[in-house]
Design a protein around this ligand. Structure first.
Ligand code: OAD
Length: 245
């Protein structure tokens, strides 16, 4: 088990001008938000095709809407944890620092991080399933009935990326640029199973970045890493911050 940061990793961090971070569900686990693929994760209980795909929404929009309302309630009552807060503190230490997140919970922004690219959208935002316009009306979390678009009458859906959907073009461009330009690329709390996000560390490495991963368990990305810190985000990230301050 490696819970330390090597001297070489510290030296890369101290000399880095540009640091880019990729986060996944694991960084929010300690805020009480369930991950997807851990043994008690969401996809062990729920079917992603039923609840997180276009076909799933078309065949039972109320079920999908209700499931997302429940998740919004959990996200709204959650607080950023030490992992999110440490990343927001790290932003001041580098000339360029960005977070690309697969999470839809907005906890990085609530922790104070300014440069956050949301690859999979945001669960607290909604849009029209038919015309794609943002839906900015307040949504009652206990109201089961699906709201309808004020412009076209289409069904309102959460503004997240579902299986089989394209990622938002601007966000993926920003994420690829951040990976390409980074001197150090830090991956935190992701299984590395979902593409194209899982390809970002390889893009960073191909462009000369030093790769660090923080995860309590080896992931599909671990073999590419230069330094693997086998720890929870709330332990591994403060260790990195203390080593470079
Ligand atoms: P996963 O559930 O696939 O992976 C979570 C990762 O977090 C695992 O590698 C865990 O070991 C790690 N982990 C657990 N607790 C942690 C902690 N306290 N600190 C750090 N790491 C911890 O989640 P993602 O990789 O984010 O997509 O999943 C990627 C995408 O798959 C999600 O964005 C979602 C899902 O389907 C969509 O909904 C489009």
């Amino acid at each position: 088990m490696n819970t330390t940061l090597s001297e070489i990793a510290v030296s890369h961090l101290k000399n880095a001008i540009s640091v880019a971070v990729l986060t996944g569900a694991g960084i929010s686990a300690e805020s009480g938000i369930k991950t997807f693929r851990d043994p008690d994760g969401l996809w062990s209980k729920f079917d992603p095709i039923e609840l997180a795909s276009i076909n799933g929404f078309m065949s039972n929009p109320e079920l999908v809407w209700g499931w997302y309302r429940h998740r919004v309630e959990i996200v709204e009552s959650a607080k950023p944890n030490l992992g999110h807060i440490t990343l927001s503190e790290m932003e001041d230490l580098f000339e360029d620092f960005s977070i690309t997140t697969q999470n839809v919970d907005g906890l990085h922004q609530r922790a104070g991080s300014l440069k956050v690219f949301e690859l999979h959208g945001s669960i607290v935002k909604n849009k029209c399933f038919s015309c794609n316009r943002p839906y900015e009306e307040e949504v009652n979390l206990v109201e089961k009935k699906l709201p309808l678009c004020k412009t076209c009458g289409g069904k309102i859906r959460p503004a997240v990326v579902w299986f089989g959907e394209m990622l938002p073009r601007k966000e993926i461009e920003l994420a690829v640029n951040a990976a390409t330009n980074s001197d150090v690329y830090i991956t935190i709390g992701t299984s590395g199973e979902v593409y194209p996000a899982a390809n970002l560390p390889a893009i960073a490495k191909a462009n000369g970045a030093y790769l660090i991963e923080v995860n309590p368990k080896a992931s599909a990305l671990t073999s590419q890493m230069d330094c693997f810190i086998e720890a929870k985000a709330s332990e591994g990230l403060p260790m990195i911050l203390n080593a470079i301050k």
